[in-house]
Design a binder for this molecule. Structure first.
Ligand code: SF4
Length: 81
């Protein structure tokens, strides 16, 4: 019997890391957050869920993989360089 593949929070769309994406590192899925704000201007007051605790066994059911970054050539062509 094979075990399901492990998932990493760093590859999930709900994960935000410091210092560029968020003030606090963690899971920003609404149901996992102890404190959330609807207004964008109050974004810094939000508290993310503890991603290490939630995804302790690497089997988080809410994991949603991030889209792959396009290659450098595709990005250069997109800006018309
Ligand atoms: S805990 Fe689950 S939903 Fe949250 S960032 Fe990690 S994999 Fe994604």
């Amino acid at each position: 019997m094979s075990s399901p593949p492990k998932v990493a929070c760093q590859n999930c769309v709900h994960f935000r890391s410091r210092p560029y994406e968020a003030k606090f590192e963690g899971c920003y899925l609404e149901k996992n957050m102890p404190s959330k704000q609807k207004l964008l201007c109050l974004d810094e007051q939000q508290l993310p869920g503890n991603h290490v605790k939630i995804n302790l066994r690497g089997d988080c059911p809410d994991h949603s993989a991030r889209a792959k970054k396009p290659s450098l050539w595709r990005r250069l062509l997109a800006i018309g360089a």
